[in-house]
Design a protein around this ligand. Structure first.
Ligand SMILES: [Zn+2]
Length: 301
């Protein structure tokens, strides 16, 4: 009898302590913010990312399973601007989860505090324009990763103040690691400062700025508009004139037009990773830069 009561009590206490110290459920729009949230949240979080690392983050098909994830989330992390505006707001509304709606404690806009590039003087949605609030691909500068990490840390601390010290300590580890690694990445890229390249989509300006590349034109005539024959002629001419060695593209763009340019000019098409998980070897946010810088420096040699 005594033993039974003891077992029952243990189960009860176990249940109470589990729900009290329960895991924080985080949903992020991309794998990059997932990686950073896992580093900051440590064993206190369980993180689900909606977009895969090889998907174009501008265009993600909303699935009912995402709504269920969001309905059970304690924290939602968006990269913001108009990166996910085509799909994430409707998912968020459908989740009916008040904790994570815009303005709530469980809503984190990771772009807060980022020095934005290419902010247009006027907003124009004509011709399917995207990037209307400035270039949203800011996570491709590792120093912006620190801003993202700070925003996620603040968000976690707001909903779980008892773990604030742990989150702050993890943030410090992340920041130190980025500061250390950025020295190596910058040193590798230093030789290629000013190297001219072509990019498929306008998603590399923060990376370009950090590591000293010079993107002179894009395969897309406008962000989100697929390459046209006129644009291809223009690009082929530019590649030849500038003796460009490399065309940067991403896993989610069709290779055909970049290959046409490569064939006509002898340039190499490089499929860089825009997100964690783009390729199997890219397991976390640090790997993303290790991978891209290795590929670029090998191709530019
Ligand atoms: Zn874009």
């Amino acid at each position: 009898m005594k033993i039974n009561i003891y077992i029952a009590l243990s189960i009860l206490i176990g249940t109470i302590s589990f729900s009290k110290a329960g895991t924080i459920h985080v949903v992020t729009t991309t794998q990059d913010t997932k990686s950073i949230a896992e580093i900051i949240g440590g064993n206190k979080v369980n993180v689900f990312a909606i977009a895969t690392g090889y998907q174009n983050p501008h265009f993600v098909d909303p699935k009912p399973s995402y709504i269920i994830k969001l309905a059970n989330a304690d924290l939602f992390v968006t990269l913001g601007l108009d990166l996910e505006s085509g799909w994430s707001p409707s998912l968020l509304t459908s989740s009916k989860n008040r904790k994570i709606q815009k303005g709530s404690d469980g809503y984190v806009d990771a772009s807060v505090g980022v020095s934005l590039m290419q902010v247009p003087s006027s907003i124009n949605r004509a011709e399917g324009d995207i990037h209307i609030f400035g270039n949203p691909h800011y996570w491709l500068d590792p120093l912006n990763g620190k801003v993202i990490a700070r925003n996620i840390c603040d968000g976690l601390a707001k909903i779980s103040p008892e773990n604030k010290t742990l989150f702050e300590a993890n943030l410090k580890i992340f920041d130190d690691q980025i500061d250390l690694k950025i020295k190596t990445w910058s040193a590798s890229m230093a030789t290629f400062k000013g190297a001219k390249v072509i990019a498929y989509h306008n998603e590399w300006c923060y990376f370009e700025n950090r590591f000293g590349l010079k993107i002179i034109d894009f395969m897309e005539p406008k962000p989100g508009i697929p390459p046209t024959p006129t644009q291809l002629v223009k690009i082929i001419k530019a590649v030849k004139e500038n003796k460009i060695k490399v065309i940067i593209t991403s896993p989610y763009f069709t290779a055909s037009s970049s290959d046409v340019v490569a064939k006509q000019t002898g340039a190499t098409t490089l499929i860089l990773a825009t997100s964690v998980g783009a390729f199997d070897s890219i397991k976390n946010y640090y790997d993303l830069f290790d991978y891209n810088i290795k590929l670029l420096t090998d191709a530019l040699k």
